[in-house]
Design a protein around this ligand. Structure first.
Ligand SMILES: Nc1nc2c(c(=O)[nH]1)N[C@H]1C(S)=C(S)[C@@H](COP(=O)(O)OP(=O)(O)OC[C@H]3O[C@@H](n4cnc5c(=O)[nH]c(N)nc54)[C@H](O)[C@@H]3O)O[C@H]1N2
Ligand SMILES: Nc1nc2c(c(=O)[nH]1)N[C@H]1C(S)=C(S)[C@@H](COP(=O)(O)OP(=O)(O)OC[C@H]3O[C@@H](n4cnc5c(=O)[nH]c(N)nc54)[C@H](O)[C@@H]3O)O[C@H]1N2
Ligand SMILES: [Mo]
Length: 749
């Protein structure tokens, strides 16, 4: 698909599809035709999945009205998927939040009594309430939180910094890819991963289904690498699209990665396939690691993982005959109670073969030392890294007891114990930019915690009852077509936007955060509230300006800030801040036996811990979170009816055997229960060999009685990352009685 045009008929269709939703009458935009004579071309960046790929969108506008969208062909990520195309419907969704909302009834009321208020009133109240809470309980009693949206994060982190609160958390510190990044940091010193690489003899896809979660570039890349002779190894409990074309698919049981990887390492060590010179020079803890592998014979690993022993041997040899690389899951292995150990075992697999930062292996980014990923703030200077790392700031955070390794190593706080710390009186206010409370397992406990706070507000595109019900204010965020910040970075090129004006009174998140910052601190720290000035403060060190880049549109602009790519950076002193050769670990070497984990948990080598076992009453393992190509988390349902049409109900993947045993047929409505909740979750059965017997797969993010997080317990956290066991729950499933249908929305109270 190359583009989408929205006609008046489509808009009316959208409006009628949305009529069933609860709405706050009079507060939302109505689809009114705006006429303007001039047609022009605009450029923006897609924000409809998790904000990370930053795909380019070229659009046609008449006056201030976007009328069509296309692939932006000059952009590094030019292909739009179904979600990208649906952004136009989302932009003109009649349920969009377009004005600031203020509550008029006490928290806990069934009806919050939302009324429209002015920006002036909202911002003045927010600034005064936040400073009041700060003077009463200290700045750290305000938790700043960004959900999945990455784009608002740099100024939000700056806001927390100058407000004086080290309590800044986000989706990455809750559940997403920082669990894998942490595993890499503890082992090889910093983020390190791979992907489709034609120089690799073997490409392993481990716990990731990128054919659906990163459709265009990745899939093309795999096809290209295979055409050049790379072998494909897939390690996944499900028979994903890539597993179907793989040279070898290890269909392990959920949560058994540590056993599988340790067994592969044992074979490689026994068969003398390691890179001895590399280990000698760059690796520490090899003897302890070898001992940890020793019990993991292929037969024992086979009993634990369910993978045939001969396949484990075959995979180990295929991997060792490198150079080999892997695309290690951003989050799925982290969603078990032994996640970091599982991830680390794969990093050890790469390390003992020397498959690190060489052509055809997993590699470190080629970034200047002061660059951090753009969603973490672009540069250490922009969010003032020194301040966050000070022991006195770390000491004010409340995740030390809950996740000590995380606390020691990470700048973002873990907020997974929010209900407990609110109960202990440590947090009194909450600031949520793009906040979805259903991110958490058993999220009602978090909702109740937020209800108890002295003050809270959120910014969002839509009013979301489950997340916003007990907030004091909800502020309308401008969408991707309507904002300047942030700019995109791909490799060494920068692309900026040419947007339309926001609808109604929406403001872009950067403007909201920077304006609040200007009110509670010196305006100079916050660029007088101006997102473009804030971007320029970063771009000036890269030899660019926002306006200068706009003049070059549609071409992205190269910057000399990013150095030319190099391999074996560890040997050249390019990784460590002190300029010495080696890795960014405490020892300067790759730590198979992690000194930081050992300090807190006594044992520093990756260990196997048995996943939660099914019982007679709850015999099926639920992988709760598998991505679908046309869904993103809790979004892309009512937000964009075009996507809703593709899948109007939550689905559950179930194997033909398990379905037959329960009399379940394709398309039946079914009920799912877990020992952790009285709630009965509904979905539509999809009978498929995508899942093996004993496993079911579902998405999270549906509302009403299709919401699955209630099935997941708030215990069994991975002690190293503090992440929740989203993939660890055991459930029962049965056919729903005739006439019992799923409900799309339920009141929060
Ligand atoms: N069971 C289970 N739970 C999981 C996972 C799983 O696999 N299984 N995965 C975890 C992972 S990896 C992730 S990333 C999280 C998802 O993280 P969530 O934060 O739950 O993500 P969304 O559902 O996308 O919610 C984002 C909210 O932000 C709003 N929003 C979107 N863009 C913007 C913006 O630019 N500005 C503002 N102000 N608002 C915006 C949206 O309207 C929506 O209300 O869930 C985690 N939880
Ligand atoms: N369309 C779409 N794209 C998205 C998103 C979306 O919601 N929709 N979300 C975005 C975000 S925030 C993220 S984090 C990424 C996630 O991207 P992916 O990681 O590709 O997402 P999943 O579909 O969860 O795929 C994870 C795979 O891990 C497997 N798995 C589960 N448990 C285990 C285990 O214990 N061991 C192993 N080896 N494998 C396991 C599952 O079977 C599944 O096939 O996708 C991003 N892209
Ligand atoms: Mo994620």
């Amino acid at each position: 698909m190359t583009g989408l045009r929205m006609t008046r008929r489509d808009a009316l269709k959208t409006a009628s599809a949305l009529a069933v939703l609860p709405s706050v009458s009079g507060l939302f935009h109505s689809v009114a035709a705006q006429s303007a004579p001039e047609q022009w071309t605009g450029y923006t960046i897609c924000d409809h999945c998790n904000h990370m790929p930053m795909c380019g969108i070229k659009f046609d506008a008449v006056g201030n009205h976007v009328i069509g969208i296309h692939n932006w062909n000059e952009h590094r990520q030019k292909f739009l998927c179904s979600k990208g195309i649906a952004t136009l419907q989302r932009l003109y969704n009649p349920n969009r939040l377009l004005y600031p909302l203020k509550r008029t009834n006490p928290k806990g009321s069934a009806d919050p009594g939302w009324v429209r208020c002015s920006w002036d009133e909202a911002l003045k109240t927010i600034a005064s309430k936040l400073t009041e809470v700060r003077s009463k309980y200290g700045a750290e009693s305000v938790l700043f939180f960004a959900g999945d949206p990455k784009e608002p994060r740099p100024p939000l982190m700056r806001l927390a910094r100058y407000f004086g609160s080290p309590c800044y958390a986000n989706e990455s510190s809750t559940a997403c890819n920082k669990g894998t990044v942490l595993s890499a940091e503890l082992t090889v010193g910093q983020e390190c991963n791979g992907g489709p690489n034609p120089k690799a003899k073997c490409i392993a896809l481990i716990g990731t289904n990128k054919a659906w979660s990163a459709p265009h570039g990745f899939t093309r890349g795999i096809a290209g690498a295979r055409a050049k002779g790379s072998k494909l190894l897939v390690i996944d409990p499900r028979r994903t699209p890539f597993a179907q074309i793989a040279d070898l698919h290890l269909q392990l049981k959920q949560g058994t990665d540590a056993a599988l990887a340790l067994a592969m390492c044992r074979i490689i060590i026994k068969e003398g396939l390691t890179d001895k010179e590399f280990i000698e020079k760059w690796v520490t803890g090899f003897d302890a690691f070898k001992k940890a592998c020793e019990p993991w014979t292929p037969e024992k690993a086979s009993r634990v993982t369910g993978v045939p022993a001969e396949d484990i041997v075959k995979a180990a040899r295929m991997w060792a005959d490198g150079p080999s690389t892997f695309a290690l899951s951003s989050q799925s292995i982290s969603h078990s109670c032994n996640g970091v150990s599982g991830n680390r075992a794969y990093y050890c697999l790469a390390a003992i073969c020397g498959f690190i930062d060489r052509p055809g292996t997993i590699a470190f980014n080629n970034w200047p030392l002061d660059y951090v990923r753009w969603d973490d703030g672009y540069t250490k200077g922009f969010y003032d890294e020194e301040w966050w790392l000070k022991p006195e700031q770390k000491a004010r955070r409340f995740d030390k007891k809950f996740a000590p390794v995380w606390h020691e190593t990470q700048i973002f706080m873990s907020a997974n114990n929010l209900p407990e710390v609110v109960k202990e009186g440590k947090i009194h206010a909450f600031v949520g930019f793009g906040f979805n409370v259903m991110i958490w397992p058993s999220w009602l406990e978090y909702e109740h915690a937020i209800r108890k706070l002295d003050f809270s507000f959120a910014t969002d595109y839509f009013y979301r009852d489950e997340s916003h019900h007990d907030m004091d204010f909800v502020l309308p965020a401008a969408m991707n077509f309507e904002r300047y910040a942030p700019f995109a970075v791909h490799g060494n090129v920068v692309s900026v936007r040419k947007p339309v004006q926001p609808l109604g009174e929406a403001w872009e998140d950067w403007k909201i955060a920077l304006t609040i910052g200007s009110m509670i601190d010196t305006p100079e720290h916050f660029f007088d509230g101006d997102p473009v000035k804030a971007c320029d403060s970063i771009l000036k060190d890269w030899g660019l300006t926002y306006g200068g880049c706009q003049e070059k549109l549609p071409h992205p602009v190269p910057t000399k800030y990013f150095p030319k790519g190099q391999f074996e950076k560890y040997a050249k002193g390019l990784l460590r801040e002190d300029g010495k050769p080696g890795f960014r670990t405490p020892s300067g070497k790759i730590e198979l036996d992690s000194s930081i984990i050992r300090k807190h948990f006594k044992v520093g080598v990756p260990q196997f811990k048995a996943p939660i076992a099914p019982t007679k009453q709850y015999p099926l393992k639920l992988i709760n979170g598998t991505r679908k190509p046309y869904m993103t988390h809790s979004k892309t349902r009512e937000d964009a009816p075009y996507l809703f049409e593709l899948e109007p109900w939550s689905t559950v993947d179930i194997s033909p055997e398990d379905a037959k045993a329960r009399g379940i047929k394709e398309g039946d409505f079914v009920q799912i229960t877990s020992p952790h909740s009285k709630r009965v979750v509904m979905a539509r059965a999809c009978v498929t060999i995508l899942v093996q017997k004993g496993l079911i797969g579902m998405q999270y993010g549906w509302r009403g009685n299709m919401e699955t997080q209630c099935l997941i317990p708030r215990n069994h956290w991975d002690p190293i990352s503090g992440y929740g066991p989203y993939n660890e729950t055991c459930v029962q499933i049965r056919k729903a009685p005739e006439g019992v249908l799923p409900v799309r929305h339920e009141p929060v109270l």
